[in-house]
Design a protein around this ligand. Structure first.
Ligand code: GTP
Ligand code: SPV
Ligand code: MN
Length: 584
């Protein structure tokens, strides 16, 4: 008898009509066959075999370089279940519309069946997904980003417990591109894009949009969070999860080279993008990284800013839309060397500065997590790691101070619900526009965000030892428009303060928005920063916050009566605290 997997694959093949169907085993030989096919298709290149062994460059279609949020839909039976922040399509209408695009889409192509485990293979928190795709680049990427092939088949067996995802490149025309999710069926369809978050269906589609729905149903959390361990003198490691929007520094924080290493502070990487978390018997929320690789932003990554990332990228790495030197080495803006003569840009053209940046601003590397010099010995622990702090953050030129601590879980949930960030190249659309991005989940929550806030509040009641909740901002700018904080490895100074606050130490000053470090609270030795810059970084300016509160009020009002009362209450309490300061 056919297994549930075989039955679903047959249905997918009937719809998309591939020439052949290949079940992937996840072997190295198979990876090399995918690379060979990519080279044959002409959009991929082998990089310098001496300096970058087993590394390749893939050039995507120039109109397919980032997530397309306006073409991403949550197809719940009722529009209100998707909520005001998601695009919604009726599930039957979506099946009809997107089904028409998938009909025959794989003619003349091979359908690859990619079974994968999200999370350590033996972890009870992990889950199986199966993606069928006609893109060898997607297969190769999924082999780096997940535990793919035989291990997943072995875990699945004849069970029907897998999240199916149907992907086809279609004709790559953005007018015929849809990424649709069926939260009730736990099903994903994607057509018309080969880009990361649109096409590697285990990542944002399953591990966040579908998993967020499962997490609410089952009492756990699926978040757009890195997971790191901060080692302090004596060797104790404290784990933290941090939610920043796309291209706002998760990978760089998780893989940081600590500026306080000589004082015994070091950062260990558990994950760089997604956390699945369950309450454990020890009373802590435990987190696993569902992924096995990093799909990171290349531009801005260099030996000065992040040696750990650079150290990981010299073998077995798939680069997408970076530039290439005449020595066939990858190059991008911020790598730390000048653009060499004879550079080829991300589109494959001879580069000159009049043609814009050499690498696409959202150029990425896909690298096995185990290659990171900072990978935590616990990164594959089946029970996950206990989380002591949550950190929200975004790109804010003004308003948000370098770091502050919320008063309690409920206030922390409000801080997350009202956070905002300037848009980046990770999604198509205008850049640098400040938008509300609750918990960095705006594009990734598979249901009504009002209910998602409710789920956060519920979890706070259930976790015996809940993480303390903080907010950071590495991107505050001075009057000259320059960043006030050096960022990267210096961010460990903020992590150290967070650790001290978790341990009930750390000098702090109370403000209406929460606790900020006292004047002597941050460890700044060995770092050059002007006094005025530091004051500005820690300043809570009531005028800025007036406008901020009005914007978050308007945003939260979109949810109408569905917004949990406690979130609204926290907004009122914040306003009252400012009033007291102003009238005092
Ligand atoms: P996604 O993979 O899209 O979810 O992004 P991410 O949050 O992991 O972002 P990542 O760490 O890849 O950083 C994105 C961009 O921000 C890169 O260009 C980095 O060089 C830059 N960046 C990261 N950390 C800092 C920082 O502390 N300060 C400054 N100024 N820039 C940073
Ligand atoms: C993001 O955009 O948040 C990413 C990259 O991590 S993608 O996989 O495209 O979602
Ligand atoms: Mn991300």
């Amino acid at each position: 008898m056919a297994t549930p997997l075989e039955t679903w694959v047959d249905q997918a093949a009937k719809l998309t009509k591939p020439d052949r169907v290949v079940y992937c085993d996840g072997s190295e030989a198979e990876y090399q066959r995918m690379i060979a096919e990519m080279l044959r298709q002409g959009d991929s290149f082998t990089l310098n075999e001496k300096t970058f062994p087993n590394c390749h460059l893939h050039r995507s279609s120039p109109n397919d370089v980032a997530r397309t949020e306006h073409l991403t839909f949550i197809c719940s039976p009722e529009k209100d279940e998707a909520g005001p922040t998601n695009n919604w399509m009726d599930p039957n209408a979506a099946k009809h519309k997107v089904g028409a695009l998938l009909d025959g889409a794989m003619r003349g192509r091979t359908m690859y069946v990619v079974p994968y485990v999200m999370g350590p293979v033996s972890s009870p928190i992990s889950k199986v997904g199966v993606e069928v795709t006609d893109s060898p680049y997607v297969v190769a990427s999924m082999r780096i980003m997940s535990r793919m092939g035989k291990v997943a088949m072995d875990r699945l067996g004849a069970s029907n417990e897998f999240v199916p995802g149907l992907h086809s490149l279609g004709d790559l025309d953005p007018t015929r591109r849809y990424i649709v999710h069926f939260p009730q069926e736990k099903l994903i369809w994607s057509v018309g894009s080969g880009y990361g978050g649109n096409a590697l269906l285990g990542k944002k589609c399953f591990a966040l949009r579908i998993a967020s729905v499962m997490a609410r149903e089952q009492g756990w959390m699926a978040e757009h969070m890195l997971i790191l361990g901060l080692e302090s003198p004596g060797g104790k490691v404290t784990y933290m999860g941090a939610a920043f929007p796309s291209a706002c520094g998760k990978t760089n924080l998780a893989m940081m080279v600590s500026a306080l290493e000589n004082q015994g502070y070091r950062v260990w990487t558990v994950g760089d993008d997604i956390a699945w978390m369950k309450i454990s018997e020890d009373g802590y929320l435990h987190a696993i990284n569902p992924e096995a690789g990093f799909f990171g932003v290349a531009p801005g990554t260099g030996m000065k800013t992040n040696q750990n990332v650079m150290g990981a990228l010299h073998k077995n790495t798939l680069f997408t839309n970076v530039a290439m030197t005449p020595e066939r080495e990858p190059w991008w803006e911020g790598i730390g060397s000048d653009a060499p003569a004879g550079l080829t840009n991300w589109k494959g053209e001879a580069w000159d500065p009049s043609k814009g940046t050499a690498a696409h601003p959202n150029a990425r590397y896909t690298v096995p997590a185990r290659q990171s010099p900072s990978i935590s010995p616990k990164w594959e622990a089946p029970e996950g790691v206990p989380i002591s702090a949550f950190i929200f953050g975004g790109r804010r030129a003004r308003v948000a101070p370098l770091v502050y601590e919320s008063f309690d879980w409920q206030h922390g949930a409000f801080v997350g619900a009202s956070m905002a960030s300037e848009t980046t190249a990770a999604a198509t659309g205008d850049l640098g526009i400040t938008r509300r991005d609750p918990m960095a989940m705006l594009p990734f929550c598979g249901y009504n965000m009002a209910d998602y806030f409710g789920h956060w509040l519920e979890m706070g009641k259930k976790i015996p030892k809940p993480p303390k909740i903080f907010h950071v901002n590495w991107f505050r700018r001075g009057a000259d428009g320059k960043f006030l904080w050096p960022g990267y490895g210096e961010n460990v100074r903020v992590l150290k303060w967070i650790l001290e606050r978790v341990e009930g130490r750390g000098a702090a000053q109370e403000t209406p928005i929460g606790y900020v470090p006292a004047k002597n609270g941050l460890t700044l030795d060995g770092m050059k920063i002007a006094n005025e810059a530091l004051s500005e970084l820690l300043r809570v300016n009531p005028e800025d916050w007036d406008a901020e509160m009005e914007e978050s009020r308007q945003f939260l009002a979109k949810f109408g009566a569905r917004l949990p009362r406690k979130i609204g209450e926290e907004h009122e309490k914040l306003a009252r605290r400012f009033q007291r300061v102003v009238t005092a």
